[in-house]
Design a protein. Structure first.
Length: 310
C-alpha cells in the first residue's frame, strides 16, 4: 500500500471515534433540562440565599442546567424576564413574585404554556401553578402579635415595618397581625420592602420627628437590623423595646444573644424543598400542590441551640 494512502486511511480511522465523541457531548448538552429561577430582588440577603439554596441542591444533577434572573425589585422587569423565559421554553420555572396580583397573569401564561411553575415563598392569585412552598405567614404573624400582647399587656405605641406592598407575604404578615394585636396598641406602619437600609431611613425619620415606640414589629429580620441602627443613632438602647423579627438569620441570632431583639421566627428559604420538587418534575414523578414549611419562635434563651437559616 502506498505510504500516502496509508496515512490518509489512518487519519480517517482516528477521526471516527472523535466525531462520535463530539456528537455525544453535543447530545448531552442539548438534553439538559433548563430550570430558571425568577427572583424579585437579590440585593435582599434572604432572597439571594433562596436562589443559592435551590442552585446548591440541584448541583448534583448533570442533566439540569440552572439559571436565574434578578428583577432588581421591579415588577415590570420581572414580568418581562418571565415572558422571555416563556419564549425560551424553559423546562421548569421557579419564581418568587414581587407582587402577587401584578405577576399572576404572566405566571399563568407560563403555566398554560405547559411550563411547570414552582412558587417559592409567595403566592399568586388563582391556582395556575404546580407547587407552592412556604411557611404559614398568617400563623407567624398571629404568634408575633400574641407575644407582644403578652409582653406589653397595657399596650403602647408600635412601629410596624412592612415588606413589599402587594405580595402575599406582606399581606398575611400584616392582616393577621393587626387582627390579633390588642386594641390598646397604637400602630404606626412604614413600608421598607424587606430591605434594612429602607427600614433604617424610615425609622430614623420617625425618631427625628420625636416619635418613640414601645415595640417594633419588623416583617423581616433585615428590617429589624435597620431599625436597631436607627435607634442607636438616636442614642437609644434596642434592648429597652420589644423587637420582633422574622427569618432568624445570623444577625438576628447575634441580636437575641446581645439582648437587642426579643424574638425571631424562623422562615426557611425553602430552597432545599424547591429543588426536590424540581427534581420530581424533571423525573416525571407526581408533586403536591402545596408544601407548608415548619417555623419556630426563637427566644434569647434558645438562640445558642437553634441554627440560623443562613
Amino acid at each position: 500500500m502506498p505510504q500516502r494512502l496509508f496515512i490518509a486511511l489512518l487519519s480517517l480511522f482516528c477521526l471516527i471515534p472523535l466525531s462520535g465523541m463530539a456528537g455525544a457531548v453535543s447530545a448531552s448538552t442539548q438534553s439538559a433540562k433548563v430550570v430558571a429561577f425568577s427572583q424579585d430582588d437579590m440585593t435582599n440577603d434572604w432572597r439571594y440565599q433562596q436562589v443559592m439554596d435551590v442552585k446548591k441542591h440541584l448541583a448534583h444533577r448533570q442533566d439540569i442546567r440552572f439559571i436565574h434572573r434578578d428583577a432588581g425589585g421591579s415588577t415590570a422587569v420581572q414580568m418581562q424576564q418571565i415572558k422571555r423565559l416563556i419564549n425560551d421554553q424553559v423546562d421548569v420555572l421557579v419564581v418568587s413574585p414581587r407582587e402577587s396580583r401584578g405577576l399572576s397573569q404572566v405566571i399563568r401564561e407560563a403555566y398554560q404554556a405547559g411550563i411547570p411553575v414552582v412558587l417559592q415563598g409567595r403566592k399568586i392569585d388563582g391556582d395556575a401553578y404546580t407547587t407552592y412552598i412556604a411557611p404559614d405567614n398568617s400563623a407567624i404573624a398571629e404568634e408575633a402579635a400574641q407575644f407582644i400582647n403578652q409582653t406589653l399587656p397595657e399596650g403602647g405605641k408600635l412601629l410596624m415595618l412592612s415588606g413589599v406592598a402587594g405580595n402575599s407575604v406582606t399581606l398575611a404578615r400584616t392582616e393577621r397581625f393587626l387582627a390579633t394585636l390588642a386594641p390598646e396598641f397604637e400602630v404606626i406602619e412604614r413600608g421598607a420592602d424587606f430591605i434594612r437600609s429602607r427600614a433604617l431611613v424610615a425609622t430614623d425619620r420617625l425618631l427625628a420627628n420625636g416619635l418613640r415606640f414601645d415595640a417594633i414589629y419588623a416583617q423581616s429580620d433585615s428590617m429589624a437590623i435597620g431599625a436597631r441602627l436607627a435607634l442607636k443613632k438616636h442614642g437609644m438602647d434596642p434592648g429597652d423595646l420589644v423587637i420582633v423579627g422574622i427569618d432568624y438569620i445570623q444577625a438576628a441570632q447575634k441580636a437575641l444573644l446581645a439582648g437587642e431583639q426579643s424574638v425571631s421566627y424562623t422562615y426557611p428559604t425553602g430552597g432545599k424543598e424547591g429543588a426536590a420538587i424540581v427534581e420530581r418534575i424533571i423525573d416525571g414523578r407526581p408533586v403536591p400542590k402545596q408544601i407548608t414549611l415548619d417555623h419556630q419562635m426563637v427566644t434569647p434563651s434558645q438562640a445558642n441551640q437553634v441554627e440560623p437559616i443562613f
